[in-house]
Ligand binder design. Structure first.
Ligand SMILES: Cc1ncc(COP(=O)(O)O)c(C=O)c1O
Length: 352
């Protein structure tokens, strides 16, 4: 393999590493700032949860190990075994969380289709009507914002508002997989609460564009969070002196750090524009946030494209047989994108 020395890693924003300020925060900790979080005695975790709840506009928040654990404790807290949840057909919960909702929460998982993450309310009504004719077990509808497999698409607050009204009418709960909800807020330049006020619970990740090494938060009402805390313990997520890792989150939730996501969005646009200008037989999305997806013709071998780009030092994932995803994030600068485009210009035309 002819590996280039310069690597531009666009596989995911989960590959981000902490900022200088985060390391400084870590070094500023001492034993007075940590404690046993299972007993609610870690001051740093408590501070992070309070800060998160305030920013997200909910009564309480809970620090969890990962986005996957955050979604699962949320679903466990809203349901009982045997209940049904509705998830979007290309959602992370459905495709990448290894059926935790079924295996661990004992839930039936049904999917709804969407237009770039936006549900069709007639379809949802039909699903609920059908369910009522049986044992009426649908309890939760999940949405994902931004939507990963729809190229970081932002589901607008007015859609969430309609969905909110819909779930209230049917006495259900609305859970938001908001792994990248701050990308949505920065992308539209509106407060994150414009989205989160419309949902019963939200999970968001510190470990993606916000570039913490680990951790996510779940937020909702006090009673929801007290249930979620119990389920986190059941899932082995009671982390004792977790302030050591949670401290990074206190920096990540500072206003100017959240605003930094704008740079990722600009870089994604630059990448998408550059790819479009190559006039290849590919489709490129118009990224609203930090995810660029190219769709390639069926007859072209996608594995070869990903491999050849990798040989040139440009790392990406194919998310299915026809689509390759590039994610911009902290640590990727404008000149990395320009370099990646130069390499792509050399590699891609020979593959179509
Ligand atoms: C939309 C979405 N939800 C949830 C998750 C799960 O987060 P984690 O990898 O921390 O479990 C991811 C991870 O990439 C994601 O993209």
């Amino acid at each position: 393999m002819n590996l280039s020395t310069r690597i531009v890693d666009l596989r995911s924003d989960t590959f981000t590493k902490p900022s200088e300020k985060m390391w400084k925060m870590l070094r500023s900790l001492d034993n007075s700032k940590i404690g046993d979080d299972v007993f609610g005695e870690d001051p740093t975790v408590n501070a992070l949860e309070e800060k998160a709840a305030k920013i997200i506009g909910k009564e309480a928040a809970l620090y969890v190990t990962s986005g996957t654990q955050g979604n699962l404790v949320s679903l466990l807290s809203h349901t009982s075994p045997g209940d049904t949840i509705l998830v979007e057909e290309l959602s992370h919960i459905y495709h990448h969380e290894l059926s935790g909702a079924t295996q661990i929460a004992g839930l039936k998982v049904k999917t709804y289709s969407s237009n770039m993450g936006v549900p069709n309310f007639d379809e949802l009504s039909n699903l609920i009507e059908k369910d009522k004719q049986k044992d009426s077990s649908i309890r939760v509808i999940c949405a994902e914002n931004t939507h990963n497999y729809h190229g970081g698409k932002i589901i607008r607050p007015n859609i969430l508002k309609d969905l909110h009204k819909f779930v209230e009418k049917h006495e259900l709960k609305l859970h938001l997989d908001g792994a990248r909800i701050f990308n949505a807020a920065v992308g539209l330049n509106i407060p994150v609460t414009d989205f989160t006020k419309e949902v019963d619970s939200v999970m968001f990740c510190l470990s993606k564009g916000l570039s913490c090494p680990v951790g996510s938060l779940v937020a909702g009402s006090k009673s929801f969070i007290s249930k979620a805390r119990k389920y986190r313990k059941i899932l082995g997520g009671g982390m004792r002196q977790a302030g050591i890792i949670a401290s990074f989150g206190l920096v990540a939730l500072e206003k100017n750090w959240i605003q930094r996501l704008e740079d990722d969005h600009k870089n994604a646009k630059l990448l998408a524009e550059g790819l479009k200008n190559m006039a290849l037989p590919i489709e490129v999305n118009n990224p609203e946030t930090n995810i660029v997806i190219i769709s390639i013709p069926k007859e072209v071998r996608i594995g070869k494209i990903v491999r050849k780009l990798g040989d040139a030092g440009i790392l990406a994932f194919n998310i299915d047989k026809q689509r390759i995803r590039f994610v911009t994030h902290f640590g990727i600068h404008k000149d990395d994108i320009e370099y990646a485009l130069q390499k792509m210009k050399m590699v891609l035309p020979n593959l179509f």
